[in-house]
Design a protein. Structure first.
Length: 357
């Protein structure tokens, strides 16, 4: 187990607000734990690290992030294992991905000692907030913003790195219905589609809201060059099972490199399933459905975990309707096995688990 040595100032609350939480109805992102971790960067160095009560942060109207979009984030979870201990799932992947995002936005990298050291100490302090119910976890949101008080087009000289947490249940309580998006584009080659930045999510909101008005939960994005190839599904990477083969698009400059996606691919291969990482056109999806070969479709992500997709709005006249996920073979087994690894109900052969002492 890795250990981190970091000097963190602590200003803790006198009384926890955990009794205000309805743990029978957690939802997602409704409740926030008692504390947050804050690190400050100024003119070439990290100048402070602190754990303090969760609350509002004071910012200037001229703060750079508000105007020029230097703002990135990560999503990860802490789990209560079968023995009551605390553990993370592949956290160094999140740290590396955050720094990939930071590099693209001309932001200085966050040192591993600050990312992991601050997170571990925060979890130790707020450990009672980690739920233990089936499908529950403590969602962790590290985010990183430019904090210069300056109006001008250049990278900031000052930054804030903050981590806060919230106890959650499933992001999607039911199987998902999605619409194939044909009017809007999420990302283009050479752009920032692979970056976990606020702007990527802002640009997806209109398409998502329009889809919801039609009874869907989200959209499937297609490529920006040929307008044929599936890329992502809302906030999830996407998988299709066609003729007993699990297929997912390759990550590229337009697709986020999902940590759950990578884990599902490794796990599926380990279970002996056929897996293909290749481009998949909307026409192939429709044809496989019409031929009775499209068996399953699901999205993956930290928040969503593995979420069955049961309906795809192909166009105004065609809906792809899949069988009840209870009858599926692949997604349920992947979900069951992945969840068991996350809480140490079965051995972790992949070395994905990071225990917190």
């Amino acid at each position: 187990m890795l250990t981190y040595s970091i000097d963190i100032k602590k200003s803790l609350i006198s009384k926890s607000k955990i009794k205000e939480v309805d743990f029978k109805d957690l939802g997602f992102g409704k409740y926030f734990a008692d504390h947050m971790f804050v690190a400050k960067y100024k003119e070439g160095e990290w100048i402070s690290t602190e754990i303090l009560p969760y609350g509002d942060i004071l910012v200037s109207p001229a703060m750079s992030a508000l105007h020029y979009g230097q703002t990135i984030f990560e999503g990860m979870k802490a789990y209560r294992n079968v023995e009551g201990g605390i553990q993370l799932f592949r956290p160094l992947k999140n740290w590396r991905r955050m720094n990939t995002s930071a590099e693209r936005l001309a932001m200085p990298p966050v040192p591993e000692e600050i990312f992991m050291g601050g997170l571990i100490e925060l979890l130790k302090i707020d450990h009672q907030w980690i739920p233990s119910g089936e499908g529950e976890s403590l969602y962790i949101r590290p985010f990183y913003i430019a904090s210069d008080t300056f109006v001008g087009m250049r990278p900031s000289n000052e930054y804030l790195f903050i981590i806060f947490t919230c106890p959650v249940s499933a992001y999607y309580a039911n199987p998902v219905k999605v619409k194939l998006e044909k009017n809007f584009i999420r990302a283009t080659p050479g752009g920032v589609g692979y970056v976990k930045m606020g702007g990527n999510y802002a640009r997806s909101m209109l398409a998502t809201e329009l889809a919801k008005r039609e009874g869907y939960d989200n959209v499937i994005w297609i490529d920006s060059q040929e307008y044929r190839y599936v890329e992502e599904c809302g906030t999830m990477n996407i998988f299709f099972v066609i003729n007993d083969t699990i297929i997912t698009p390759p990550t590229s400059g337009t697709i986020l490199e999902g940590i759950t996606r990578e884990s599902v691919i490794e796990l599926a291969q380990d279970l002996g399933f056929n897996v293909e990482i290749r481009r998949l056109s909307k026409e192939e999806i429709l044809e496989s459905y019409q031929q009775g070969k499209l068996q399953e479709c699901f999205g993956t992500g930290t928040a969503a975990s593995i979420s069955p997709i049961i309906k795809i709005g192909y166009d105004e006249n065609i809906d792809i309707q899949l069988d009840d996920p209870k009858n599926w073979k692949y997604a349920p087994q992947l979900q069951k096995t992945l969840n068991a690894i996350r809480i140490s109900a079965i051995p972790d052969r992949f070395h994905w688990i990071f225990p917190i002492s």
